[in-house]
Design a protein around this ligand. Sequence first.
Ligand SMILES: O=C(O)c1ccccc1NCC(=O)[C@H](O)[C@H](O)COP(=O)(O)O
Length: 220
Amino acid sequence: MRVKICGITSVEDAELAVDAGADALGLVFYPPSPRSVTPQQAAEIARAVSPFAVLTGLFVDAHPQEVEAILDQVPLNLLQFHGSENAPYCRQFRRPYIKALRMKPELDPLEAMAAYPDARGILLDAYRKGVPGGTGDTFDWQRVPQNTNRHIILAGGLTPDNVAEAIAVAQPQAVDVSGGVEAAPGRKDAGRVQAFIRAARACAPSAPARAGKVEFTQGV
Ligand SMILES: O=C(O)c1ccccc1NCC(=O)[C@H](O)[C@H](O)COP(=O)(O)O
């Protein structure tokens, strides 16, 4: 099971996540978030962290010039779009990307993910009106489609205590967590990060109906 630790704001937290076995780290470029980083902070994290950790830049309906400016300063391996960006928007940066879908009750995830055929993964997150992510809320894991070969990343309110059940129900290829492994908003708790990754890794691999694992592409 692949694990992404999102909302990394310091070199110290990046290193503790990678040392605990995280596959990918999320850097939030969304100033209203308590986990937001500046391009300078992100570049410092990128310089310090292992080259084998996939650095993911997270954006919410950002102006394309803003994304390009950050890409000029920070060597991001993967982009994550968490707003209402459409596929042409997402692919214009010519980088591997994952698209976050917020699981509003009326959303049909299969239909929604079909709009992003070139996304490397689809991150399914909880929906809360007016809050684009990092809500700490869960959603009904039974809603995660099983009849798809897309790479599903499960997010939303995951913790060391519920991640095993979430994986058993949703059968994702990867899990993503932010608030559930924090000591305070924007600051990770080493023990919770370790416990989360241990619990996720202990789970059986995803169901064979899926095409494969999430490929957190390196070195774009
Ligand atoms: O983490 C944030 O503050 C955030 C703000 C705006 C958009 C997205 C954000 N986080 C995205 C993530 O990938 C989170 O890991 C995901 O939403 C789950 O968060 P949580 O429920 O706290 O585990």
